[in-house]
Write a protein that binds this ligand. Structure first.
Ligand code: FE2
Length: 284
């Protein structure tokens, strides 16, 4: 077994600095900005929704994003009428979830010989790239991502999801770096996020398997800070508990993430992410 695989299986995560050319990170960030501009064009017009209708529409937009490039805004970037109250480039906190299949710049970043070799080395060479996200975590306003594992959100039976987290900027605790529970990937799943029904307007819910563990999620945990420079790759086991804090700094903390699953595992029809007719491809 390689040293990389040994560390990954022991800790549930693997940090590889200098995995990507920093210039490629700069270019990916520039492309993300172009996609934000394209996606947000026309979405800053006043729109009148009741709160309930707005929740329903935001659920539908989210649940339809598995085979699209969609832009998600910070909760406090819109007013009660659904109007943007900050410029679009500050409002958008995330693009997702099929960047790697639909955009040529993201596709080239997502399928490289180095990544295919690594996947092979870690025993996930036959996985398919299922989901991609570009996360902005803007200076001062970038929000936290709470304590979770990725299997909760991309459920397969058996568990197979693996995350590839690329640092597009230097990440440290000041701007919201990843933090994880080393070895926590061996715990039993405590909950699963899924669609309530076939109607996307019904939204999503969590099935809780371990009420005690789910209600104290993230409390009294010993977290390892994963502070990495631009161009680093952090590989995350699907069961690894992790989080990232808010960005209180003047620096952005952008990241690009890919999630891959084993196509031989069962993928439930009520998982939130459905790709419709968009085929999923591997690392090659
Ligand atoms: Fe995650």
């Amino acid at each position: 077994m390689s040293g990389r695989r040994e560390r990954f299986e022991r800790d549930g995560f693997l940090v590889l600095e200098d995995f990507v050319d920093p210039e490629a990170c700069v270019q990916l960030g520039a492309r993300a900005d172009e996609l934000v501009t394209a996606e947000m064009r026309g979405r800053d017009r006043p729109s009148v929704f009741t709160t309930h209708e707005q929740d329903r529409r935001s659920d539908e937009y989210f649940l339809a994003s598995g085979d699209r490039i969609s832009a998600f805004v910070e909760a406090d970037a819109v007013d009660e009428q659904g109007r943007l109250v900050v410029p679009p480039e500050r409002a958008v906190n995330k693009l997702g979830h099929a960047l790697h299949d639909l955009d040529p710049v993201f596709a080239a970043f997502s399928r490289t010989a180095a990544l295919a070799d690594l996947a092979q080395d870690l025993g996930v060479g036959e996985h398919v790239l299922w989901q991609s996200m570009f996360i902005f975590k803007h200076p001062q306003i970038g929000g936290e991502v709470g304590f979770h594992d990725d299997h909760t959100f991309l459920w397969t039976d058996p568990m197979s999801v693996v995350g590839f987290w690329f640092a597009i900027d230097d990440a440290d605790l000041g701007n919201g770096a990843l933090q994880a529970v080393a070895g926590g990937h061996r715990r039993q799943p405590t909950r699963r996020f899924r669609r309530v029904s076939d109607d996307p307007g019904d939204g999503t819910t969590f099935d809780v398997f371990d009420v005690a563990a789910a209600t104290t999620l993230g409390e009294d945990e010993e977290l390892v800070a994963i502070e990495v420079p631009r161009g680093s790759l952090v590989v995350l086991h699907g069961g690894l508990p992790h989080l990232s804090g808010p960005n209180r700094s003047q620096r952005s903390r952008r990241a690009y993430t890919l999630h891959a699953i084993d196509p031989r595992a069962h993928y439930p029809a009520d998982n939130w992410l459905q790709r419709g007719s968009l085929p999923a491809r591997g690392f090659g």
